[in-house]
Ligand binder design. Structure first.
Ligand code: ATP
Ligand code: ZN
Length: 273
């Protein structure tokens, strides 16, 4: 297809929406295997989720109130009438698919699950790596407070080592979410003060670094929202480590070049390219 200019990177005319070529998908597959290997020891099950989720679940997770500016919804017509809102919204974060699975359950032991989903966010800017539709692979750990926080720290460290091992110049930085409105300012401040969110950043272009993975300690937030408890009756705590598969791929291409056959042998071997 080299005679058609501009097809190599899948950039389309729709801002924040890209196509992924088969060369790109090979990298993404390598990343999936790498993440799977990192968490092989503690992960019990992996899921592939749909790009839509029930509105009720999104509401229970608090997304429409904390990030109304990013949420997308599915509209449909019942019988040819004007389309109206359905009971589905677009998936905003992969981990939202896991909480309903555990809702109302008592967790007999620490639980670790992972899930990949195509997520939608109504981003307002479209710099490199800021997509409206992108793949997120999340590993989520449930259990007692201290153990979950320790897991988050350990998971962040091993993810950073793995990503550095792929030749990326990463940085681990404290972060906060773009919560909405005045209450949002308070939530973001709490998040920073309690060091709940960390990001692993890497360069996607010469003058732009983005978060390629983020680790969040939710405390009892989802345990409470979905009534998930530990055997002693306490609300379960949770933390997630989210990998942005499309952003990691962009960072790798920036670091090693567009053509994967030119990449360092060790990186190619690591990703089975
Ligand atoms: P950012 O600060 O860049 O907006 P975020 O903190 O909102 O990202 P999270 O909600 O923690 O991101 O999402 C987890 C991961 O998903 C991020 O670390 C990133 O790699 C990826 N991600 C988030 N938003 C986007 C996007 N708009 N396009 C591509 N990847 C994204
Ligand atoms: Zn999450």
């Amino acid at each position: 297809m080299s005679h058609i200019r501009g097809l190599e990177d899948g950039t389309s005319e729709i801002r924040g929406v890209v196509l992924s070529s088969s060369a790109n998908e090979k990298i993404v597959d390598g990343l999936r295997r790498g993440i799977g290997a990192l968490f092989a020891g503690d992960r019990e099950e992996h899921f592939v989720a749909t790009p839509v989720i029930s509105r009720r679940t999104s509401e229970r997770a608090g997304y429409p109130t904390t990030f109304p500016q990013l949420l997308g919804a599915v509209h449909g017509s019942q019988d040819g009438d004007e389309p109206t809102a359905t009971d589905l919204v677009l998936t905003s974060a992969a981990c939202h698919h896991l909480y309903p699975l555990l809702a109302g359950k008592v967790l007999g032991a620490p639980t670790c699950l992972s899930v990949e989903a195509t997520c939608y966010r109504g981003e307002k800017t479209y710099e490199t790596g800021r997509l409206r539709s992108f793949r997120m692979y999340e590993v989520v750990r449930f259990g007692q407070a201290g153990a979950v926080e320790q897991w988050r720290d350990r998971a962040l460290r091993s993810a950073d080592q793995w990503l550095s091992g792929l030749g990326l110049s990463t940085r681990v930085v404290q972060a906060s979410d773009p919560f909405f409105g005045r209450t949002g300012d308070f939530l973001a401040r709490t998040q920073r003060e309690q060091q709940l969110k960390w990001e692993i950043t890497a360069e996607l272009t010469e003058d732009l670094s983005q978060a390629i993975a983020s680790a969040n300690y939710h405390k009892e937030y989802f345990g409470e929202a979905f009534e998930i408890t530990n055997t002693d009756g306490s609300e379960t705590h949770s933390a997630c480590l989210a990998f942005g598969l499309d952003r990691i791929t962009l960072a790798l291409r920036h670091a090693h070049g567009v053509d994967t056959s030119d990449w360092p042998l060790a990186v190619r071997a690591n990703l089975a390219l």
